[in-house]
Structures are given as C-alpha cells and as structure tokens.
Write a protein that binds this ligand. Structure first.
Ligand SMILES: Cc1cc2nc3c(=O)[nH]c(=O)nc-3n(C[C@H](O)[C@H](O)[C@H](O)COP(=O)(O)O)c2cc1C
Length: 376
C-alpha cells in the first residue's frame, strides 16, 4: 500500500505518506506554545510529517485568540520544546506560517488599529475569535480592514521572512506558508477582491500573484526551497472568497510559477468537509500536470480514498486533519485496520488537555471490521 511507503521529501525521509494537516487548537496561553503543545505533537509523531496549526507571523497577522505566534523570543523558545519532542519521538515537523489579513478584529490588533488586507473591503459573514464588547473571548464579526500601501507590502514580506528564520532557529524541518482559506495571501490572489492599482493587484494575474511569489522567493532564499512549502485552496470560498472570471487560469499560473521553484511541496486543501467543496477532479489533474514537484492533498480523506489518490498519481502525500485529533496513533490504526475514535467537537478549541492530549492510542487487540468503513 503506497500510503505506508517511504518518501523522499526534499531530503527528509518520512516512513509513510500520511501527513498531519495543520489544525488550530486554541490552547496557546498568551500565544506561546508550552509543554502541553509539545505533548500533543509528540503523541502524533508517527505521521510522516506534522504540519503545525496556523501560527501568526506578527501581531497584525492574528485572527484567533490562543493561536500561537512565531514572532517573539518566548514563542520561539516554546516551539523549540515542541520540535525537540517530535524529533525525539522520531518525527518530522513543519510550522504553518500565517497572516489572516482582514479575517481579524480590532481587539486583536496593536492599539486596536484596523486589520490590513489587499483592499479595504470587509469579509462579509466572516468571524474572528477575539474579544466581544464586554471583553470576553468570543467569535465576533471581523472588522473593516485598511488597504496595505505598496511600501507596507514589503514589510509584511519581511515579517514572513523573519518568522521563517525563527522557525529554523526553533528547530523546525521547514515552513508551510498559509496561502489558503481566504487569509492574506489569498486576499491578494483573488481577482474579485484585489482591485489594487499598484504592482500587487488588479486585472493582471502576474500582479495578483506577486505578493505570494515574492514572499516565497524571499523565504526560500533565506532558509532554502527544500524547507519551504505552501498551502493553497483553489476555488475555496471560506472567509468570503468570491468567484472571479480568470480563476482557473490564475491557479494554474501559480502552479506553473511554483513548479520552477523546487519547493518542499505544494499542499492543496479542499474545503468540502467544511461545507465548501472546491476542486473538481479535472482541476486537480490539470494542477498536477502543470506543477511537477511534490504535491500534498487534504480534505476529507480516509484510507481508501487516500490510497486511490496516490494510485491515480493525483498526489504524493495525503494530509489528514480531524482524524488525527482523536487518533494520535492514526498511522498505526490505518495500517492495522483498527477502528478510528470519533472527535468530540465540543473540545476542539477548549483550553487544556481535555480533548487535546487525553485521546489514547488504540488499546484493543483485534481489528474491527467496521473500521474499514470508518477509515474509507
Ligand atoms: C479543528 C480544525 C482546525 C483547523 N485549523 C487549520 C489551520 O490552522 N490551518 C489550515 O490551513 N487549516 C486548518 N484546518 C483545516 C485542516 O487542515 C484540513 O484541511 C481539513 O480539516 C480537512 O481535512 P480533514 O477532512 O482530514 O479533516 C483545520 C481543521 C480543523 C478540523
């Protein structure tokens, strides 16, 4: 079975093709990862690769209370405990570096300033996990952003660069830039939203891709392309991403550009488990054809569908999200056909160990036939 075959991931040697997808778990008190974070990831080190939860590159890039950052010395020290724990357990770990752009709220920003984006349009219907008017943590409608000046775009690219360097200092095997789910990078890519009239936006696809590509180039020049990956969600509608006329052309142009950069990987995320199906099978095949490097896919996979995608050559690695939450030993369970435990959705984002580090590894002995169904 290909899922359990080793893979050469830019010099790392994962023993299987199962990746733990990035998942925000909102447990970082004061945005600093701690021993509980280290335990959580250590328990899941059987994954071929772990990609951490989205971690903000700056205060400005923050959209969720209790999400960790990687822009202060304390955060870097906290992450070092995590990478050491995962490496000790024989695993490999990348950090997801993100800037939410307009999916934020003034109560999360320095001096309650407006969040920033490619343009000053509010993400209708989107929420941030911030402070409500009474000062209590809550999901609140996002604030109206202001548009970044051309000069400031250079500063944001530099924030990504510094976060990537901090990630290396913290012992990560690489970084995944968060170009998915309607956050800042996609706010530049999306042609319905990005109507800027400078070199970073407007009608021309090359302009809308410029921020993402320049950021990738700066990061990979600093830490190496083999330590740099990116996550995208083409045609995704999360966080108010509207359709636009040259949508497929835009994503394939990006695929072509990324292909020449010899990155660790490109990670495509389909949002259908979140109620926003995005990529057709034809589109995936076209993306695969244009992008010649390592391709990772995520979104609703079970064992059978993952095997199928690998067998069809649609992807090289498969990322599993929610199955890793309740099954720290997911790789072992899939391999042996053990049943999968179900996630308790009430503790996804609660503080503390409950629903975080207290899911046990499989303790039974005999494979359960219903597992085959659960895992497919
Ligand atoms: C609790 C939770 C938190 C998530 N947080 C992130 C995140 O921080 N960054 C990201 O790119 N995707 C995030 N996702 C999306 C997952 O990475 C994944 O793409 C999605 O869950 C679909 O895969 P699955 O069907 O295997 O769960 C999150 C998903 C879940 C369930």
């Amino acid at each position: 079975m290909r899922l359990f075959e080793p893979f050469d991931l830019a010099g790392l040697q994962p023993p299987n093709r199962i990746v733990m997808a990035p998942m925000t778990r909102s447990r970082a008190i004061n945005t600093v990862p701690d021993d509980l974070t280290a335990l959580y990831y250590r328990q899941r080190a059987g994954a071929g690769l772990i990609v951490t939860e989205g971690s903000q590159i700056s205060v400005e890039g923050r959209g969720y209370l209790f999400a960790p950052g990687i822009h202060s010395a304390e955060q870097v020290a906290g992450w070092r405990r995590v990478t050491e724990a995962v490496h000790e357990a024989g695993g490999r770990i990348f950090i997801q570096l993100g800037h939410v752009g307009r999916v934020s709220h003034r109560s999360l920003q320095h001096k309650r300033e407006s969040p920033v984006s490619s343009v000053s349009r509010t993400a209708a219907g989107a929420t941030a996990y911030a402070y409500d008017p009474s000062g209590a943590p809550a999901a609140v409608p996002v604030s109206r952003p202001r548009s970044l000046t051309t000069f400031e775009v250079a500063r944001v690219k530099n924030d990504f660069l510094r976060a990537a360097e901090s990630a290396v200092a913290a012992g990560f095997d690489g970084v995944e830039l968060h170009g998915a789910n309607g956050y800042l990078m996609e706010q530049f890519i999306n042609g319905a939203l990005n109507t800027r009239n400078d070199v970073y936006g407007g009608f021309r696809i090359a302009n809308r891709l410029r921020f993402v590509l320049e950021t990738i180039d700066e990061v990979s020049a600093a830490i190496g392309p083999s330590m740099t990956g990116i996550r995208l969600s083409p045609f995704g509608r999360l966080n108010s991403m509207a359709p636009f006329s040259d949508e497929e052309e835009t994503w394939l142009a990006l695929a072509c550009e990324l292909s020449s950069r010899r990155l660790a990987y490109v990670h495509l995320n389909d949002q259908w488990t979140l109620g926003h199906p995005n990529m057709t099978r034809d589109f995936r095949a076209r993306f695969r054809k244009v992008y010649s490097g390592t391709l990772m896919m995520a979104g609703g996979f079970g064992k059978a569908s993952a095997e199928n995608a690998l067998a069809l050559g649609l992807a090289d690695l498969i990322a599993f999200g929610s199955p890793f939450i309740a099954n720290p030993d997911l790789v072992e369970r899939l391999w042996r056909g053990y049943p999968l435990a179900r996630v308790d959705h009430t503790t996804l984002y609660e503080g503390g160990p409950k629903g975080y580090t207290d899911y046990p590894a499989y303790q039974g002995t005999s494979p359960d036939l219903s597992a085959t169904q659960l895992a497919s």
